[in-house]
Design a protein around this ligand. Structure first.
Ligand code: CUV
Ligand code: SF4
Length: 633
């Protein structure tokens, strides 16, 4: 590596492990990123097309010479927009398939006692059933749950009409969507339409391709992701604030360490039940361990942290380093953001990498199918595998000391509750966003920004998230966060109550009064649907559209197709969105202008690109202040 570890990550927990990896000749994501340089210029600009076997075709942009059209005649706008649209569709499908799995799990909880799942939040179940016109009078709770699950599953492929959750958006937003013909219909249909229309010889108009892509993205945010979040809350409980520990220091030398990594709470919730099974704990003790230490990684870690206070071990770029500690007895994974490299790293230690989903097998890993029909039983088999591996640990163990404390679990319900407590319900009907609206209107809070998304070697690990969050809270902007951004913030201490010391006066006062940290953990990436709903409620309460609110989104270190889908539905929902890494579209001037400019006049939201967190903060704050001026607040 050509530089010190400090220029690769701003998380000190990683340095000694990076060194250990180097000494033990373990290759990590940073090594592979370096070996990949220079990265392909055509791909970087979105100008390589492999949509048919006449290709691959690439458009030469950097010089006068070279082809300006693909063999079929597709130009840079067509090629770049088709590539982007397909990525958005893939991201939308990942989130939505997650939502579908949760709906299936809810159905099993209702109909199949073997599954071991139980519906936890009856109140939220009944309220959703009512919203969807499902009969709740004199009905058995299990039948209501089954009907809600079935209705949710029908959202994926219903032949007519539009998605039900669209009704939750402000009227003005729905009008814009209808006018632009992007109102989502059925989730699978909207995703399929992107694949069809980007097939060779179909849609060649970049604006129309983006219309189809925006509809598929909205199908994610206001469809698949929202179904995932709402049904997870019903099945596993609405998140509440918990104080937890985060970073690789949560691994324990004397206990069986089981890292759960991936996305779907259907698996992690079952694993959580299994690690508390007295027989398995006894078995762990027989192996010489003090107990079983379950810790989370990436979004599935967010899910069980916010519902159960399970420690968050690390984000996307720490998955290999967790294994490099030598102390992980099993890393259990389901879907998404699991580096295939893990099986190579695991091979160098005693760690068992266990894949569980038929959708994600990795050569070199052990596959132990997780069945929702008998969730707890299959989880127990997986945990047993981890427990039995404890005795195989080798001598080369190093667990970093670094870990931070912070509060996680700010669902909308929890945020509204926290505000209610201090503002007292005599002043306003309880359970509304009025206190939040008041704080924004009075200017004590200048606005709110969601910092979300992944890690990417193009940005110094965690720095994009942490520096941006610090700048914003210093300027009285409340930060909410999900995904790997949430890990970065909690590791940096920004979710502790002490972080108030880093805030401007207004935000510090609010945090003091309401007893919240200045950076609120709202969950996993699918939980960005919570943010959509909060914005929607806020807009309705203030009698404006989402686009008028002094809020913004930021994805400083994004990398996944899911993040592209998120960014697109957030922009199409009216929110200014700052990206720290440029999407692969810059080869098309028209598409780039469309995303960073033209969409503003249509949807109110638009993309901006800035990799320097301080500069990004400046731009975000000036956007927030501009909105305040228009609202005369
Ligand atoms: Ni879904 S999508 S790296 S885990 S946030 Fe983390 Fe979050 Fe990006 Fe993946
Ligand atoms: Fe080339 Fe057109 Fe085929 Fe793409 S679709 S590979 S541009 S011929």
């Amino acid at each position: 590596m050509s530089c010190d570890f400090e220029c690769l990550s701003c998380d000190a927990a990683n340095y000694k492990l990076m060194e250990k990896a180097r000494n033990e000749k373990i290759e990590t994501v940073w090594d592979r990123a370096e070996a990949m340089q220079p990265q392909c210029g055509f791909g970087e600009m979105g100008l390589c097309c492999t949509n048919c076997a006449m290709g691959p075709c690439r458009i030469v942009k950097v010089s006068e010479d070279g082809p300006k059209k693909g063999i079929c005649g597709a130009d840079e706008d067509t090629i770049a927009s088709r590539n982007l649209a397909r990525s958005i569709a893939a991201g939308s499908s990942a989130h939505s398939d997650h939502g579908r799995d949760i709906a299936h799990a809810l159905y099993h909880a209702a109909k199949n006692p073997e599954s071991g799942y139980k519906v936890k939040n009856h109140k939220k179940l009944i309220s959703l059933a009512k919203e969807w016109g499902i009969d709740t009078e004199n009905q058995d709770i299990k039948d209501i749950a089954a009907n809600v699950a079935k209705t949710a599953l029908e959202e994926f492929g219903k032949p007519f009409g539009n998605l039900r959750f669209i009704q939750r958006a402000p009227e003005d937003r729905k009008k814009i969507w209808n006018k632009m013909n992007v109102t989502p219909r059925a989730i699978d249909r909207d995703i399929v339409e992107v694949l069809h229309s980007t097939h060779i010889g179909c849609d060649a108009d970049y604006r129309n391709i983006m219309t189809t892509a925006i509809r598929a993205a909205l199908s994610d945010g206001w469809g698949g992701s929202m179904i995932g979040t709402e049904l997870s809350d019903i099945l596993f409980g609405v998140p509440e604030p918990h104080e937890i520990e985060a970073n690789l220091g949560v691994l324990k030398e004397d206990e069986v360490n089981l890292v759960i990594h991936g996305h779907e709470p259907t698996l992690s919730e079952a694993i959580l039940i299994a690690v508390n099974d007295p027989e398995l704990i006894e078995l762990a003790k027989k192996q010489g361990a003090e107990g079983i230490n379950l810790v989370g990684m990436c979004c599935t870690g967010n899910e069980i942290a916010m519902r159960h206070g399970i420690p968050m071990a690390g984000n996307f770029f720490q998955q290999e380093l967790a294994i490099v500690t030598g102390a992980v007895d099993a890393m259990v994974v389901d879907v998404q953001c699991i580096m295939p490299a893990l099986s190579q790293v695991a091979k160098c230690y005693h760690t068992k990498l266990i894949t569980t989903s038929p959708k994600a097998k990795i050569p070199g890993a052990i596959h132990m199918q997780f069945n929702e029909e008998e969730a707890i039983e299959s989880a127990k088999r997986i945990v047993k595998e981890a427990v039995m591996n404890f005795k195989n640990r080798q001598g080369n163990i190093f667990i970093p000391q670094e870990k931070s404390k912070g509060f996680v679990g700010y669902s909308n319900e929890a945020i509204i509750n926290a505000l209610d407590k201090v503002t007292n319900s005599t002043a306003h009907p309880s359970g509304t966003v009025k206190p939040l609206a008041d704080a924004i209107k009075s200017g004590v809070l200048r606005g709110a920004v969601a910092i979300v998304g992944c890690n990417n070697h193009k940005v110094l690990h965690d720095k994009g998230h942490v520096e941006l969050a610090k700048e914003l809270i210093k300027n009285d902007v409340l930060v909410v966060t999900t995904g790997c951004g949430a890990y970065a913030c909690i590791k940096a201490g920004l979710m502790s109550k002490e972080a108030r010391g880093l805030c401007g006066k207004g935000l510090a006062t609010v945090c003091e009064l309401v007893n919240i940290p200045p950076v609120l953990h709202m969950g996993s990436c699918v939980d960005i649907s919570r943010i959509l709903l909060l914005l929607s409620e806020l807009a309705k309460f203030m009698n404006v559209d989402i686009k008028d609110l002094p809020v913004a989104g930021a994805a400083p270190e994004w990398m996944s197709e899911k993040a592209l889908s998120i960014g697109t539905y957030v922009v199409a929902s009216g929110v200014y969105t700052m990206l720290g890494v440029a999407p692969q579209v810059t080869g098309s001037d028209n598409l780039t202008r469309f995303l960073t400019n033209d969409v503003k006049d249509i949807y109110g939201g638009y993309f901006d690109i800035e990799s320097d967190p301080k500069e990004a903060a400046k731009k975000i704050i000036s956007c927030i202040e501009e909105k305040r001026k228009i609202l005369s607040i």
